[in-house]
Design a protein around this ligand. Structure first.
Ligand code: UD1
Ligand code: CA
Length: 470
């Protein structure tokens, strides 16, 4: 029996870490139906940023306390290795941690984070954990010129932390304190359990304050160490849409600086938006108002003009994207030139040196090397060979109202302007299609095919006059 117990104990790493992320609040001031922690920052829910920083600490477990918004929060975190715990009614931060405690399986430190404080870095958290050790308490605090709204850190004459006082419970002198509680703390699991049991809600808000455990630590002679974040933005919370926008800019600025350090030219880091993952080759230039989403890979010497939206694209070397294009789920090989005003839709592949010009839409198509579709065209469900010239205003009529059909254009074909290719249809290699044709059956290779009504001129014809002229 005793042996069994020892084995169980040995299987738990004494030093291992549990992280609890509080995310049950509604976020009234966001004025939104979406739970606050699911509002996106750089395209990713706030709480997901916190989860990622937590996971990089390699903890034994990450617990997320959710409440408002029901299953929306656990659903959003499905793909991540976290355990979600419901706090059906919110009775304060101490109560929220109590709800998660029965699931804490480790004996080391418990790190408490907030789902609406998204920019906290792994580096700062590691410093906090190192400072606290497994048996002591670590508090992340910050000194603010304007500490309004936060709990204040009360210290004694020897500068030792005595307790945290919430603003609503603070005396006027205590409100003068500029050192604030960020809420983020590291506490030994066993001690935390004991202290949570001692919490009372006899305060201004009638809540169980997690912060009251700081006073208990002092009573129990547990050493309290305070650590400050590397930058103030790391501990800024999101309560309003304005704060969300502010943190978005902080985040984007930091990303832009990282890429500029790697040699990427970013015309204006204030107008750079990466909502996903970007990899860049050498000598890449990104002009203003470029939004990059999902996975974007840019080769060497790629130039992205102003006002472009790129989502999940893989772009080769020496590609130029002229202004105002939308490119999604597409691959562009070396030397392509796209835009201005082009739309490249999902499952499109442009081979080397393809030119796609203004007001051209390409969908689910492969375009062969050095082919040109330069003006006002729609190419969908098509396989276009190499060195094909698609004239202005060419349309692949791929949809019959019920089904989509394929268009195949052979190498070196020349499609005259204003052509309609009624799919399924095939244009042979080297074929020429006369301008203005409506092609409904296959056009043979190397020949001129055209459908054209004979032009006529009516002598003596008069344009009707307006009724008012009579
Ligand atoms: C808390 C701290 C305060 C600190 C501030 C930092 C307490 C008592 N006070 O105050 O010292 O300066 O954070 O921002 O802890 N939550 C739950 N369940 C609950 C209550 C809250 O999950 O029952 C979550 C909220 O969703 C939020 C976080 O905990 O993400 C903080 O709660 P909030 O009510 O905003 O605490 P503050 O009053 O800001
Ligand atoms: Ca808050």
């Amino acid at each position: 029996m005793e042996g069994l117990y020892e084995n169980a104990l040995n299987s738990i790493d004494i030093m291992s870490l549990s992280v609890i992320i509080l995310a049950a609040g509604q976020g009234k001031r966001m004025c939104s139906l979406l739970p606050k922690v699911l509002h996106p920052l750089a395209g990713k829910p706030l709480v997901e940023h916190v989860v990622h920083s937590a996971l990089q600490l390699a903890p034994e477990q990450v617990l997320v306390v959710y409440g408002h918004g029901g299953e929306a929060v656990p659903n959003a975190l499905k793909a991540l290795s976290v355990l979600c715990v419901e706090q059906a009614e919110q009775h304060g931060t101490g109560h929220a941690v109590s709800v998660a405690m029965p699931l804490v399986s480790t004996l080391g430190a418990v790190l408490i984070l907030y789902g609406d404080v998204p920019l906290i870095t792994t580096a700062t958290l590691q410093r906090l954990l190192d400072a606290a050790g497994v048996n002591h308490m670590g508090l992340l605090t910050a000194t603010l010129d304007d500490p309004r709204g936060y709990g204040r850190v009360v210290r004694d004459a020897h500068n030792n932390v005595v307790r945290i006082v919430e603003e609503k419970d603070a005396t006027p002198q205590e409100r003068e304190i500029k050192e604030i509680n960020t809420g983020i703390m590291a506490v030994n699991a066993d001690r935390l359990r004991t202290w949570l049991g001692r919490l009372k809600n006899d305060n201004a808000q009638g809540e169980y304050y997690l912060t009251d455990i700081v006073g208990f630590a002092v009573e129990d002679n547990v050493q309290i160490t305070t650590v400050q974040p590397d930058s103030a933005a790391e501990v800024m919370g999101v309560n309003t849409k304005a704060q969300l926008a502010e943190l978005e800019r902080v985040y984007q600025r930091a990303q832009a600086e990282r890429y500029m350090l790697q040699g990427v030219t970013i015309a204006d880091p204030a107008r750079f938006d990466l909502r996903g993952e970007l990899s860049c080759g050498r000598e890449v230039t990104i002009d203003v108002n470029v939004v990059l989403e999902g996975k974007v890979a840019l080769g060497d010497r790629v130039r992205i003009g102003p006002n472009n939206y790129l989502r999940n694209v893989c772009i080769g070397d020496d590609v130029e994207i002229l202004p105002n294009c939308v490119i999604e789920d597409a691959a562009l090989e070396n030397g392509c030139r796209v835009g201005p005003f082009a739309r490249i839709r999902p499952q499109t592949k442009l081979a080397e040196g393809v030119h796609i010009g203004n007001f051209v839409e390409v969908k689910k198509s492969t375009v062969g090397a050095r082919s040109k579709i330069n003006h006002l065209s729609y190419v969908g469900d098509s396989t276009v060979g190499k060195e094909v010239n698609v004239g202005a205003g060419t349309i692949t009529c791929n949809y019959d109202g019920a089904n989509k059909h394929q268009t195949v254009i052979g190498d070196g074909a020349f499609i005259g302007s204003g052509t309609e290719l009624v799919a399924p249809v095939e244009v042979g290699a080297g074929a020429t299609i006369g301008a203005g044709s409506t092609i409904t059956s296959n056009a043979p290779a190397q020949k001129l095919t055209l459908t054209r009504v004979k032009q006529q001129t009516l002598d003596g014809w008069q344009r009707p006059g307006k009724a008012s002229d009579k």
